[in-house]
Design a protein around this ligand. Structure first.
Ligand code: IVH
Length: 670
């Protein structure tokens, strides 16, 4: 290839990379995976290494990000915020260490500070006289944006620090990120947790930022007045003392063998963490050596990011199905040629919603890359457009519900002033077959009526046989008919009958939850139950349409009130509820306030022996205990089953939370 051709390829790759930079940093909507981005970057740098005449001011070897957006005031970093070079295997690590030894002109054992590389957005916090003066984004590494007010909304960021030894002038750097569980709640608006964090941080109005729970973990400094720390690990300890969160999995390791072993272990464990990590960062622990080693043009010589292999594979989309959920949401699902991803055969991948299909232009017949991470449903990351069939056509999202033919709608959200990304069937009741089936499955589920003899498959089967159309039909089943069905016998029918009979005794909050009203989950049902106290009061409010009274209740807002109102405006829903109250024995406020576990909080981790999590929770709640979902200093008991999450255990130990087995809990209850 001649010089002209090579320069052309090189420039095109840089143009492509910058385009992705723009989509990623300025628009929060990447169209390629991180892994593919890394490959593109790698190719450019390799070309530069092989052909020394190649130069471009936009090359990733001189630039570390995209220029910041214009809407925030700019801030020149006192010390540039650089990026890290990547290692993917042992050889890369050996090269990294070899370069260090060459540079220092000696070969000895190096100690590394090993830190999980959280996949978020870095931020710089400038403290003067123990007060947070500026919070700045990384921007292009040299110039960032002042986002102080937005950063101040993050609870992990201390605003005033009154701790001994905290320097008068210091710049702390760390990662802003969103937890996986919080991301799930807003995932329709962002491609991944990292973009959610970035998008949220760059809101013009800090009130918008505050709505989304962001976290901050500190890991380094930009500059410090009179730094006395000799080791990175020592600095991490200081950070903790000053009141910053640091990563609980930070560790000191000695050589490449240890690094590789830890990497292998952590790569498996990463799916259990409640935040995304894309690798480990290894930093030479000795800050004196760090200073001697210094930086190349865009990364330190003393640190490297050892990336995790992405759990992904390429396959082909065979068809796109539309699933309809209990609340009428139309979710597109790609049926793909079965492919093995990290030991699991995947044949379905969620496409999230109509907007996502449009944005990525996903079509039937496309070759796509699919990622699977932890428990999250596999999803399409990108389409290989180069392999697309000439005759392929864009996917047309149905405007009518594929189940009942009703109109579908993207709701308008008055608060965000945006149309929802999710399209919904407007037939919000049992009139739509698919919604009806899903509602029934919800009605019998563990946290609702808990009819365990009637599983999801049985509901589908009974629906097809026209045994079931509405929840009340469950209590009028013809058991003689069922006994004659294939797969049923005397014993199984008798068990079904018992579990249906038992379910008639139901507490008020479970009953409210069982109705499957949008935005009224288990927690909200309990809050409403606490307020109304009895089913008769609930029905009275329902009949008089006085849901506005709930506005006084802490935890219930306009969204919930609107949802309750529209649910009960539907006469069919109202009739179902009234009929059910005649069949069921709905126990008034049974959450005794003065039970033996009064004011005590409980959390569960691991698989409990012999009972389900739902049952254990209800055991606690029946005795006035409160179940929570995160370990914090207010937690009283962590109940531990088989294979608990180590992190939760460690946190509990650190915070002196009492740790009990299931038997221990039973003992508490006598
Ligand atoms: S040190 C020059 N430590 O990774 C030193 N970075 O590719 C760079 N990151 O921009 C920062 N966890 O957003 C460092 N423990 C950690 C990190 C970490 C995540 C991110 C950070 C940085 C990027 C570098």
């Amino acid at each position: 290839m001649n010089r002209k051709k090579i320069t052309q390829i090189y420039n095109n790759k840089i143009k492509e990379l910058n385009n992705h930079n723009k989509l990623y940093y300025s628009e929060n909507s990447p169209v390629i995976s991180d892994a593919k981005y890394d490959i593109l970057k790698f190719e450019i740098i390799e070309l530069e290494k092989n052909y020394n005449y190649l130069k471009n001011k936009n090359s990733p070897s001189t630039n570390v990000g995209y220029k910041p957006s214009k809407s925030f005031e700019k801030f020149k970093h006192k010390v540039p915020m650089l990026s890290l070079s990547n290692a993917f295997d042992k050889e890369d690590l050996e090269n990294f260490e070899k370069k260090i030894f060459n540079y220092l002109n000696k070969k000895s054992i190096l100690e590394y500070s090993v830190e999980p590389k959280i996949d978020g957005i870095s931020a710089s916090l400038i403290y003067k006289n123990k007060k947070l003066q500026y919070g700045v984004s990384r921007g292009d590494g040299k110039i960032g944006e002042i986002i102080t007010d937005n950063l101040k909304t993050i609870k992990d960021i201390p605003i005033n620090i009154d701790k001994k030894g905290f320097p008068n002038e210091v710049e702390i750097r760390g990662e802003v990120f969103i937890k996986k569980k919080d991301f799930l709640k807003i995932s329709s608006n962002f491609a991944n947790p990292r973009n959610a964090a970035s998008g949220t941080l760059r809101q013009k109005d800090p009130k918008e930022t505050k709505k989304i729970p962001l976290n901050f973990i500190a890991y380094t400094f930009g500059y410090i007045q009179n730094n006395s720390c000799k080791y990175q690990s020592e600095f991490l300890e200081d950070l903790k003392r000053w009141g910053f969160k640091t990563n609980a999995d930070n560790i000191i390791l000695k050589d490449i063998g240890e690094l590789i072993k830890f990497h292998e272990k952590f790569e498996k464990k990463r799916f259990d963490l409640d935040y995304d990590v894309d690798g480990l960062v290894y930093k030479v622990n000795d800050i004196g050596l760090q200073n001697r080693l210094g930086f190349t043009s865009n990364s330190p010589r003393w640190a490297i990011a050892h990336k995790f292999s992405a759990d992904s594979a390429t396959t082909k989309i065979l068809k796109i199905d539309i699933q309809i959920g209990r609340t009428g949401a139309l979710t597109p699902v790609a049926k793909v040629e079965p492919v093995n991803i990290g030991g699991v055969v995947v044949s379905n991948a969620t496409l999230h919603n109509e907007d996502e299909i449009k944005r990525k232009d996903i079509r039937v017949g496309d070759n796509v890359k699919i990622e699977r991470a932890g428990d999250v449903i596999p999803h399409v990351i990108e389409v290989d457009v180069s392999r697309r069939n000439k005759n392929s056509k864009p996917f047309i999202f149905p405007e009518k519900c594929p189940s009942c033919g009703s109109k579908t709608l993207k709701e308008y959200n008055k608060t965000t002033k945006k149309h929802d990304a999710v399209r919904r069937c407007t037939n919000d009741s049992y009139g739509c077959e698919k919604i009806g089936i899903e509602k029934l499955k919800h009605f019998i589920s563990k946290e609702a009526l808990n009819i365990d003899g009637l599983g999801k498959k049985v509901v589908e089967n009974f629906w097809n046989l026209k045994f079931l159309r509405k929840p009340q039909d469950i209590f009028k089943l013809d058991y003689d008919k069922i006994e004659k069905l294939e797969g049923w016998g005397k014993l199984s029918v008798s068990n079904l009958k018992i579990s249906i009979e038992n379910s008639k005794e139901v507490s008020l909050h479970r009953f409210i939850f069982s109705l499957g009203i949008r935005h009224i989950g288990s927690e909200n049902a309990k809050i409403i139950c606490d307020y109304v106290k009895s089913i008769s009061k609930f029905i009275e409010l329902v009949k008089k349409k006085q849901f506005y009274k709930f506005l006084n209740i802490d935890g219930i807002g306009e969204t919930q009130i609107n949802s309750l109102t529209s649910f009960f405006e539907n006469q069919q829903n109202l009739n179902i509820v009234i009929e059910l109250t005649n069949i069921l024995n709905i126990k008034n406020q049974t959450l005794s306030k003065n039970g033996i576990l009064k004011n005590k909080t409980f959390m569960f981790t691991g698989k409990l022996n012999g009972i389900s999590r739902a049952e254990a929770k209800s055991m606690v709640e029946k005795n006035s205990g409160i179940t929570v979902s995160s370990v914090n200093k207010n937690l009283n008991y962590l109940i531990v089953g088989d294979k608990p999450t180590k992190r939760k255990l460690d946190q509990a130990k650190l915070l002196d939370v009492e740790i009990l087995s299931l038997d221990g809990l039973k003992k508490l209850l006598n």
